[in-house]
Design a protein around this ligand. Structure first.
Ligand code: C2E
Ligand code: CA
Ligand code: CA
Ligand code: CA
Length: 272
């Protein structure tokens, strides 16, 4: 049994070392990236279906790695969260997004994704307020996207922080709605301004009739709670027609536009 144990040990340890080393490598790379400002924001518009105009843009972080090219957030946000680097990175994203949005015409909003880890430091509200003030952006033009993970932490300060931010006019959106385990409970825990219906439901719209029933139920529920809805990942005209019919407030996805560089935002808004 002892020999067998050693065998297993020998078999697994090198593989684990590789994973640990890879993560450590990403972590070191991330520290350099922060210091050398290798990050940039892409902006993806969301369209108001009633007014038929762009209501705002979601800021999505991109890492322009000197050797690996553009790295997707799915590849480094988890490591940034595990190492705590998401705190300085997230603050950079907030500040950059607010600065950019301050140059857009007034009702156009910017939407920023916040990680649960950013709430654990306890002063994310102060960080948001400072970013707004320094950029000269009206709080009504900032939207914060949080996932269930933020409320799952169940710290009393999380709700207090969200209420404080909402109190000064910042809009709070529930991201990836429908993918978690107790989404409905979270709608009672906090008065969100908007619900983002996850892309998986939108993708199913053309192939599964029950997906349409779910989207209809969510928009009706949101409506009765005074919340708006944004459908994510809209790729086809057929999906758009379904979402319009279901009474969705806003749509976002490749059909409207892929995420674009900051310089491409003004032309989309009809400016130069
Ligand atoms: P998310 O917040 O759900 O963002 C939507 C993702 O779907 C984006 O991927 C976007 O590019 C992609 N997408 C948009 N429209 C379509 C479509 O029509 N079809 C398909 N297939 N995909 C579409 P991206 O930019 O790779 O971001 C992935 C995730 O990384 C985001 O998911 C978000 O959770 C996270 N993330 C991005 N930026 C930040 C950030 O600044 N801070 C934090 N904490 N997380 C971020
Ligand atoms: Ca989001
Ligand atoms: Ca989402
Ligand atoms: Ca997502």
């Amino acid at each position: 049994a002892k020999a067998e144990g050693r065998g297993i040990h020998r078999f697994f340890e090198p593989a684990m070392d590789v994973a640990v080393q890879a993560r450590r490598g990403v972590e070191l790379d991330l520290r350099v990236a922060l210091a050398e400002q290798q990050f940039a924001l892409a902006f993806q518009p969301f369209l108001d279906l009633t007014a038929n105009r762009i209501a705002g843009f979601e800021a999505l972080v991109r890492w322009h790695h000197p050797a690996r090219g553009v790295v997707s957030p799915a590849a480094f946000v988890p490591v940034a969260e595990e190492t705590g680097l998401i705190v300085p990175l997230g603050e950079w994203v907030l500040r950059r997004a607010c600065q950019e949005a301050a140059r857009w015409p007034d009702p156009v909003r910017v939407s920023v994704n916040l990680s649960p880890v950013q709430f654990r430091t306890g002063d994310i509200d102060a960080t948001v307020i400072a970013a707004l003030r320094d950029a000269g952006l009206d709080p009504h033009r900032l939207e914060l996207e949080i996932t269930e993970g933020v409320l799952l932490q169940d710290t009393p300060s999380t709700l207090a922080i969200l209420h404080r931010l909402k109190g000064i006019g910042v809009r709070i959106a529930m991201d990836d709605f429908g993918t978690g385990y107790s989404s409905l409970g979270y709608l009672r825990a906090f008065p969100f301004d908007k619900i983002k219906i996850d892309r998986s439901f939108v993708a199913d719209l053309s192939v599964r009739p029950d997906a349409l029933a779910i989207v209809r139920a969510v928009t009706t529920l949101a409506d009765s709670l005074g919340m708006s809805t944004t459908a994510e990942g809209v790729e086809t005209e057929e999906q758009l027609a379904h979402l319009r019919g279901a009474g969705c407030t806003e749509v976002q996805g490749y059909l409207i536009s892929r995420p674009v560089a900051a310089e491409a935002v003004a032309p989309m808004l009809g400016g130069a």
